[in-house]
Design a binder for this molecule. Structure first.
Ligand code: ADP
Ligand code: ASP
Ligand code: MG
Length: 815
């Protein structure tokens, strides 16, 4: 004989109940079945709500009763032929009337005792089991209904009554011994006390009902039919990458369910464990999938961690004080107080000094616990030997579970460092003596991030997910997203990095997709997005709280550059091609770097100098390995290089600058390039990265632009002034030709001094042959004395800049 239990979603409506009936009829052809059913989905919650409203004198409890009635009548009408309906419909109405009478009582008395609540909650399973048994009878004559309240006997602990196994096992065995029917349908969750009063087995308790019957009957299997494909490596509603676990031991399943894997009500395992009856968790909506087998077999799989579970709504209560040291019985007293108040302790840690003891309980028990503990220890508190207990709410417990964890070192270290890297603060830690679980208490707002990052680390072949928030999608931004789109598959397969773009924004619009947007359509999605707002953008990034979040600034905007600190403080990495932050006041640059270290959030800006060329990374490596930079000489403006390489007798300076703009080699405001400011910013960043402190005003700018041009306030006026001063530029060119040299805009740093300006470069100089928009940097260091370290290549252009940003993103992925 098998026992099958169908949960709330499996019996949510007539359509689902039909699937259940198919499964039952199919299986009943092979052997006798016991079918335990939950209330229709959400009905227990609705009953609870109606009861509290009635007790609070809120008449709208009646609307809830109407809703419950409608749900059940509708289901029945769709499951039973019209000719058979009338008697059944009036039976349902009678049950509902009874429910309403009870709720009226609560309403009139303004009171709801745990005992009354249990009777009210029992209506969910009473209604569902009646309808399902009747629907089954239509298809399978040899089936019947049995009220579990006649078989399962408990004590009077309403809300979560304890089962009297001796009596219940006998009643169950007796009933089934004389039962001839192929299938018996029973309500889950409900029972009666020995004096015949309704009780319940705790929320989620239908699983337990099924296990009690399976245990009493020595069933061959207990099948728990639900809405997911088994017990998963983590709650699949929160961790999308979670996978069903094929086989798991009773103990592991018990730990996972104790720590919140709701798919199985924790006490369920006890009655079947003793008899060694396997539990199979199956999906009603995909019955062909294997599901999870829970048995006494400990699998010898390589991953010592079986699953990760969590419990929300946790409060930590800490009792501490010198009065606890060496005084026998403090913990005993503490636990007695909690037990007297029927408070369930989920988590315990005690400092080895015995100076403090910390327990985790549900938020809903926090107030009662605080009052009761402070009362119990009032004498010690009055004598200042113990402090009043400290209560911290809205926390969450996360547990790693696995039978083989005890044989592996370093798992807790790996757990803590994974959380630490994502800036998840751990409030308390406990490791069971069995070493079957390690649990930590963290802030509730971090739970999704923590679960996902731990899952990634322990189950996903070390695939690292990077979540990008991209601001600025002009020329470079567009190329950047295109490159990600193109490389996504490669990165996943070869580097185990999963890059997702969560948000894009331009100056008008912004668009967020928590699951990562389809990169083919980002443009149209952005158009449909909400109005752009930098503060809201930050708020969204913070609220999503995704692991490995990276803010990517592809603007040239000063306001955007002022927001980096807010990202870094949230442990969000910043990757930017915008030079403003790193070339702003030295204190600001330093502050961003120290925030990056403090919050473990990378701050990368390789494209600030030489676009995609690995210049900053090289300096960093030189410094990190103990080298010292003495002198830097560089041509750092791809734009100016392009301009001076193309400026000759056959064209005008104005036209060449225009052309550079068209080809995307200048900043949107070309004066930033031509004035030398852009180059000054770049050399400043290299100097700072080399370990020197300097401000932009310390860099001498020998501008080649006439004052008039410098003073223009918009692009149009600037270009007009370039035309006006054509002579000035021609004379510079003539001088260069006459000296047989070429014009290069050179940045220099030596002996603590820096300058930028146009220079006549003679034939034998390494800068002479610099082509097109190329950049070149020469580093003279302790190790590179006579021959400098030279980096040269394309230093401007959307594609190379985008690839430089991409490289920074991958650097973060490889950490
Ligand atoms: P039923 O109504 O069938 O009893 P429950 O809602 O009680 O179903 O349990 C199934 C739900 O448990 C799933 O939909 C899922 O959201 C949740 N759950 C939490 N942790 C896990 C886990 N580790 N594996 C599977 N499901 C889980
Ligand atoms: N209907 C009850 C509840 O929602 C029992 C169960 O579904 O297991 O808690
Ligand atoms: Mg359940």
């Amino acid at each position: 004989m098998k026992v099958l239990k169908f949960g709330g979603t499996s019996v949510a409506n007539a359509e689902n109940i039909k699937l259940v009936l198919d499964i039952v009829i199919n299986k009943s052809q092979e052997e006798k079945l016991v079918v335990v059913v939950s209330a229709l989905s959400k009905v227990t919650d609705l009953l609870q709500l109606a009861a509290s409203k009635a007790a609070a004198n809120d008449e709208t409890f009646k609307d809830i009763v109407t809703e419950i009635e409608k749900k059940h009548l509708e289901a029945l009408k769709q499951l039973i032929p019209v000719s058979e309906q009338s008697g059944l419909l009036s039976h349902i109405k009678r049950i509902i009337n009874h429910l309403e009478t009870l709720l009226d009582g609560c309403f009139l008395l303004g009171e709801l005792s745990p005992r009354t609540l249990d009777t009210i909650l029992s209506f969910g399973e009473l209604l569902s089991s009646y309808i399902i048994a009747e629907a089954l009878k239509q298809k399978l004559k040899n089936s019947r209904y049995k009220d579990s309240r006649e078989l399962i006997k408990t004590n009077n602990n309403f809300g979560k009554a304890a089962v009297n196994f001796e009596v219940s096992n006998q009643l169950i065995a007796d009933f089934f011994a004389s039962n001839e029917n192929q299938v018996v349908v029973l309500p889950g969750f409900i029972a009666t006390s020995e004096d015949g009063i309704n009780t319940t087995l705790g929320r989620g308790g239908s699983d337990y009902t099924a296990a009690i019957i399976a245990g009493a009957l020595n069933a061959t299997d207990l099948e728990i039919w639900t809405d997911v494909n088994g017990m998963f490596t983590a709650n699949p509603k929160i961790v999308k990458q979670a996978q069903p676990i094929a086989t798991i031991s009773y103990q592991e399943a018990m730990e996972l369910s104790h720590f919140g894997a709701k798919v199985l009500y924790p006490p369920t395992i006890q009655p079947v464990l003793r008899k060694n009856i396997p539990i199979i968790i199956k999906n009603t909506f995909e019955p062909q999938t294997e599901g999870t087998l829970i048995s006494n077999i400990v699998s010898a799989q390589t991953n010592p961690v079986k699953g990760i579970s969590h419990i929300d709504n946790i409060t930590l209560v800490t009792l501490e004080g010198s009065g606890m040291i060496g005084v026998a019985g403090s913990s005993k007293r503490l636990f007695e107080v909690l037990s007297n108040e029927s408070i369930n302790v989920i988590f315990i840690t005690q400092a080895s000094s015995e100076h403090s003891i910390c327990i985790g309980i549900l938020n809903s028990d926090a107030e009662t616990a605080e009052i009761a503990i402070n009362r119990a220890f009032q004498i010690e508190i009055a004598q200042n030997k113990i402090d009043p207990c400290i209560v911290e709410q809205n926390l969450c417990i996360i547990a790693l579970v696995g039978e083989n964890m005890k044989n592996h070192q370093g798992l807790s270290g790996r757990m803590f460092s994974t959380l630490g890297k994502n800036n998840v603060n751990i409030r308390a830690i406990a490791q069971g003596a069995s070493e079957r679980n390690i649990s930590v208490v963290i802030n509730e707002r971090d739970v999704k991030k923590a679960l996902n990052t731990l899952h990634e680390n322990f189950f996903e072949e070390n695939t690292k997910q990077l979540n990008l928030f991209v601001m600025g999608v002009g020329n470079v931004g567009e190329k950047f997203i295109e490159q990600i789109h193109q490389q996504k598959k490669f990165l996943k397969e070869n580097l185990k990095i999963n890059v997702r773009v969560i948000a894009v924004s331009n100056s008008r619009k912004m668009y967020f997709d928590e699951d990562g947007m389809p990169l083919k359509e980002w443009q149209s999605l952005l158009e449909k997005g909400e109005s752009a707002n930098k503060e809201q953008f930050i708020a969204n990034v913070k609220a999503l709280n995704l692991r490995n979040s990276i803010f990517v600034d592809i603007t040239a905007n000063e306001e955007v550059s002022k927001t980096y600190d807010q990202y870094l403080k949230q442990n969000v990495a910043v990757v930017t091609c915008n030079k403003i932050a790193c070339s702003s006041a030295y204190d600001n640059y330093k502050n961003l770097k120290s925030l990056s270290r403090k919050f473990n959030a990378p701050f990368l800006f390789e494209t600030n100098v030489g676009a995609g060329l690995p210049i900053i990374d090289t300096v960093k490596n030189l410094i990190a390995s103990g080298d010292k930079v003495h002198k830097i000489q560089a041509v750092l403006s791809g734009s100016l290089n392009f301009i001076f390489n193309n400026f000759d007798k056959n064209n005008t300076f104005h036209d060449v600058v225009k052309e550079a703009g068209v080809q995307g080699f200048t900043e949107p405001d070309p004066k930033i390039d031509l004035s030398g400011i852009d180059v000054a910013r770049k050399i400043l960043i290299l100097i700072r990265e080399s370990g020197y402190q300097m401000e932009i005003k310390d860099i001498e700018n020998k501008s080649f632009l006439p004052k008039d041009c410098m003073e223009t306030t918009n692009n149009e006026a600037f270009f007009a002034s370039l035309k006006e001063h054509a002579r000035h530029f021609e004379s510079i060119l003539a001088e260069a030709n006459q000296k047989e040299s070429r014009l290069k805009f050179v940045a220099q740093f030596e002996n603590g001094k820096a300058s930028v300006g146009l220079q006549f470069i003679p034939k034998d100089h390494p800068f002479y042959n610099l082509e097109g928009k190329d950049n070149i940097v020469l580093f003279y260091t302790d190790r590179y004395v006579d021959q400098p370290l030279l980096i040269k290549g394309a230093g401007a252009g959307a594609a190379v800049t985008a690839s430089g940003i991409f490289a920074d993103v991958i650097r973060i992925g490889n950490v």
